[in-house]
Design a protein. Structure first.
Length: 155
């Protein structure tokens, strides 16, 4: 179960006990915002892409979408999202619970600038009914992110 892998992964920072398990689904931005009791923009959604044969995760605010021109300028390829099967196989989490924590080796994790306007955000924690509230500094540290990027635009 991916939430257990995330819980184990977050133990190294004593953050495992901060995982929130909701009685309802948090698999979409809207559902996660309702479950966490926050505005949808503060949900840190994790989007999965295929770039040159490897998986790239982009963690972005819940109220933005990928800007294809910015994405192509940065990655030098058209945005191609992973299929649900590829997500599970390449990332290690299933769609609905994808997060930047405890992912498989070789996955590149990028944090989008859209998150920086918040003191804290709520990324998923490996299941379709979980999250963890983190600061930007914690998100950087816990995710092992390779970089901050600017590939999104407001909806």
């Amino acid at each position: 179960m991916a939430i257990e892998a995330v819980r184990e992964y977050l133990k190294q920072w004593d953050a495992d006990k901060r995982i929130i398990e909701f009685p309802t689904s948090s698999a979409t931005v809207e559902l996660a915002a309702q479950a966490a009791g926050c505005e949808p923009a503060r949900i840190a959604k994790t989007l999965s892409f295929l770039v040159d044969g490897h998986a790239v995760l982009i963690v972005a605010a819940g109220d933005v979408k990928v800007d294809n021109a910015k994405y192509k300028a940065l990655f030098h390829t058209k945005a191609k999202m992973l299929s649900p099967e590829q997500v599970t196989e390449m990332i290690g989490h299933a769609v609905g619970g994808v997060c930047p924590f405890g992912v498989k080796q070789g996955v590149e994790i990028c944090l989008d600038e859209s998150l920086k306007r918040f003191a804290t955000v709520f990324p998923a924690a490996g299941s379709s009914n979980s999250a963890i509230e983190v600061t930007m500094e914690e998100l950087e540290k816990f995710s092992g992110s390779s970089r901050w990027v600017d590939v999104c635009k407001m909806r």
